[in-house]
Design a protein around this ligand. Structure first.
Ligand code: GTB
Length: 217
């Protein structure tokens, strides 16, 4: 059955792979599942046809026959559950890998998004100088904990899993801040993720669409 995802017609990041369709593309590439992409403009995202797929008017979405999904956590989990390659067979190891997916989205991503907001969207606000160090401290605190848990392992819990895919995707958003480099094992972890052939294919596919658009992210 054909799988169709949606992505920005023009990603505001100019092809850095930071828009969330990249993590879905990566998951599909890891399991060897071909897919099609429907590009949507910011305007079209808020139109009824897209809102029927995504109640919040965002990308990415995922369509497969009668099934329509939104939220990258749910989409990547769906892909990982149905095809081999992203979740271990052992029930406990599988539960732990899923736990890391949730940890990436619920515990690590929120302070990172707060930082992105503080740096990019509130850059001209009078409270920026006071707020930014507080937000950066919250990000560093999370990274310190994650770094301690990862230690010198390649991946968070044994073999590469959907948990790592999600965690690397989340951490990539930090690159332009320089904070990731303060934690060499996390920077190396992200680089390992980016070196995976499936990630490279996913990145190249979004780059082919977005390269040359003015970066703002
Ligand atoms: N929780 C949802 C999920 O995980 O699927 C969040 C989806 C989401 O934030 N989608 C964004 C979107 O559609 C695109 S990815 N935004 C348009 C809108 O809300 O109107 C977020 C994103 C946007 C831009 C950059 N960038 O420029 O670097 C990076 C990431």
């Amino acid at each position: 059955m054909t799988i169709t995802i949606t992505a920005f017609e023009r990603s505001p990041d100019g092809g850095k792979g930071l828009a969330r369709d990249t993590r879905v593309r990566w998951a599909l590439e890891e399991v060897g599942q071909p897919y099609e992409v429907r590009l949507v403009s910011f305007g079209a995202m808020k139109e009824p046809a897209h809102l029927a797929l995504h109640p919040f008017g965002q990308i990415p979405t995922y369509e497969e026959g009668d099934l329509a999904l939104f939220e990258t956590g749910s989409i990547v989990f769906h892909i990982a559950e149905r095809q081999a390659g992203l979740l271990p067979d052992d029930a406990n190891a599988r539960a732990r890998a899923i736990t890391w997916m949730f940890a990436a989205l619920n515990t690590v991503e929120p302070p990172i998004l707060e930082l992105v907001t503080a740096r990019l969207l509130e850059g001209d606000k009078p409270w920026r100088e006071e707020r930014l160090p507080l937000v950066e401290a919250r990000v560093r605190s999370r990274l310190k904990q994650l770094s301690a848990r990862l230690g010198d392992s390649d991946w968070l819990d044994g073999a590469f899993s959907a948990g790592d895919l999600m965690m690397v995707s989340v951490l990539l958003r930090l690159r332009s801040s320089g904070i990731l480099d303060e934690f060499p094992n996390l920077a190396a972890y992200v680089a390992r993720g980016e070196a995976r052939p499936a990630y490279k294919r996913a990145f190249a596919a979004q780059w082919a669409i977005n390269a040359g658009t003015p970066p703002t992210g």
